[in-house]
Design a protein around this ligand. Sequence first.
Ligand code: HEM
Length: 230
Amino acid sequence: MPRLAAKHPLPIRISHWLNVPVMAVMIWSGLLIYWAYDPYMIEIGGVVLFKFFPDWFYRTMDLESGLAEGMAFHFTFAWLLTLNGMFYVGYLVWSGEWRMLVPMRRSFREAWHVVLHDLKLRKEPPPPAKFNAAQRFAYTGVILKGAGTVITGLAIMKPTQLAWLTALLGGYQMARLWHFALMIGFCMFIVVHLAQVAKAGWNNFRAMIAGFEIVTPPKEKADAVGPPSR
Ligand code: HEM
């Protein structure tokens, strides 16, 4: 018979869902600040392939002339992001949940297995676990990206008071570039994360809200189908 199984503890769910509006405000306000000086582009042999960001992007997203507003929101929500991140990592360490999230030695091999399975090139599913190897890399990676964002952010917010940190990161321009690259990394994580959540389905999504998921033991699943037809 299907049964309820505990999956995500309450502190993890609270900090996870807090991340959604906080990250949205951080990305939006960061773009308001970036608009005021937007030098990054992908260029090969003097030919600009892509500029971060084209004018139509700023216009469509209503991101022009909002530097002061962007700074006010960015510097306020950055503290929420930092506190929430510290709470989340602190809880992972305290509760031992980190063991289910951090990649292990065999995760490299298993992550490849997950990719092949997702691409339908390998039938056998990856070993059952709270998080598969690919998720372990993605979730640990996003925690590291969060830490990197806070460190590079501090270096460009206080380049005089924290001159040693800014210098350690290769100077102001380099720290700003790292900060920007981490934001792009975050956006890529969010796109893939949402696609995987949609693919995994309702039971998996609901567990991040309610804390429990419905587990159907394989034998009972077969019983539910009924006797084989003749
Ligand atoms: C509307 C947006 C989002 C939705 C619907 C969503 C949904 C989910 C779900 C369903 C899980 C559980 C996955 C599983 O059990 O297999 C999960 C885990 C996770 N998500 Fe999200 N997520 C969202 C945004 C974010 C954002 C913005 C971040 C980080 C910046 C994030 C980081 C994580 C992490 C680190 C985990 C693992 C949590 C743990 O158990 O320790 N998510 N998410």
